[in-house]
Design a protein around this ligand. Structure first.
Ligand code: M6R
Length: 365
């Protein structure tokens, strides 16, 4: 049931603080300040040579965020590809390799085929799924369940942030096991994870501002999303969400790629949405924004108070997010991205829960 909400998608967006909190209770020992995986010691993180991640759509973008976390925190090399490519490209897979498949439904045909390929090629199989009885879960050696509850809206929202919460926990567990994270730093990260639901609730309060923005965005024919580091997958996710439900053409790009092509598109008609918390890469993104501004581009900046103060240009609009530790910030920055797509599509009168041509679960390739 939709409760007080107009659409399932809105209900699911608003449930996110709660479901992320719920998921985290299964992966953290909150009092002890440590990670505690529900499947125990099934994965030998220490002896892994490489992690191979594969998934489709939004689940793939969650995997892309996870790549940054596993590499940085656990010093674990990560390969990632969309499942429709991974399953056919005959990739050589390493000894002591772990393959990780991400799927809300657990039934996506390409992802399942990728899993079977990895199994045949000697990989241990871990899956991150929302439906524990699904085929992908049944065929895995270990299952990390996302506790998002049933997701009805075709556009994935709460499943995505729960996938991210699980990945944050897995990356910390891997880092501890591999000796790249001290107990003290683990406790610090766990504290940040615990604070996320509260920060997400504050991000939801930005909805009235985003509603105003949506009116402008609804007039656009194309929208460009930019981000660096873990904000890059969020840029991809933002563009996918907008395409799916508003049918406005959108593209996500790594901000550093701007001058390698997409800058040619910049004019006063194309909004550029920049996802940029004030992290170590912020200055780099600022110079990309200046390049856009110098060409008359319209910038919508999603940042925090520090970022807003230091951006050095006058964006057309700034969404000011609460301050937070940057490591797991994507779990909170996903929300304005989703709300932008939702509000734009609703303003345009689109059927956000049942977008044309799309199915909730893609069980044929
Ligand atoms: O059930 P899955 O997570 O395997 O589904 C993967 C994609 O089909 C899915 O994320 C799709 O991209 C969504 N419609 C995105 O909103």
């Amino acid at each position: 049931e939709k409760g007080n909400h107009r659409h399932f998608m809105a209900k699911e967006i608003y449930e996110q603080p709660e479901v992320v909190g719920h998921t985290l209770t299964q992966y953290l020992d909150m009092a002890g300040g440590t990670v505690r995986l529900p499947f125990g010691d099934k994965i030998d993180w220490k002896s892994l040579s490489r992690l191979t991640i594969s998934a489709c759509g939004t689940s793939y973008y969650a995997g892309l965020v996870a790549k940054y976390w596993f590499e940085k925190l656990a010093r674990l090399p990560v390969e990632i590809d969309v499942a429709s490519e991974f399953r056919y490209r005959e990739a050589p897979l390493p000894d002591q390799g772990l393959a990780l498949f991400v799927s809300q439904s657990g039934e996506t045909a390409d992802t399942l085929a990728g899993l079977r390929y990895a199994r045949q090629n000697g990989q241990a199989i871990l899956s991150v799924v929302n439906v524990p009885t699904s085929t992908i879960a049944r065929e895995s050696d270990a299952v990390a369940q996302t506790l998002a509850g049933p997701e009805i809206g075709v556009a994935s929202t709460k499943a995505f942030v729960c996938q991210l919460a699980v990945f944050a926990s897995l990356a910390l567990a891997a880092a501890r096991a591999r000796g790249t994270l001290s107990a003290q730093d683990e406790a610090g990260h766990v504290q940040h994870l615990i604070s996320l639901p509260g920060l997400m609730a504050r991000a939801l309060e930005l909805e009235p501002e985003i509603e105003k923005l949506a009116r402008e965005l609804s007039k656009a024919k194309d929208v460009l999303y930019l981000g660096r580091g873990t904000s890059f997958p969020l840029a991809l996710e933002g563009a996918l969400k907008l395409k799916e439900i508003s049918y406005i053409h959108a593209e996500g790009y790594a901000a550093g790629e701007l001058k390698h092509g997409p800058i040619a598109l910049i004019d006063e008609d194309m909004p550029v949405i920049v996802v940029a918390p004030h992290d170590t890469l912020y200055e780099k993104t600022v110079s990309n924004m200046q390049e856009v501004a110098a060409r008359g581009g319209r910038i919508i900046l999603i940042t925090d108070a520090k970022g807003a103060a230091e951006c050095g240009i006058e964006p057309e609009a700034t969404i000011v997010m609460p301050e937070m530790d940057p490591t797991f910030a994507p779990i909170v920055y996903a929300l304005p991205i989703q709300m932008i797509a939702y509000q734009t599509a609703v303003f345009m009168g689109k059927d956000v829960d049942q977008p044309r041509n799309l199915a909730k679960s893609v069980t044929v390739e």
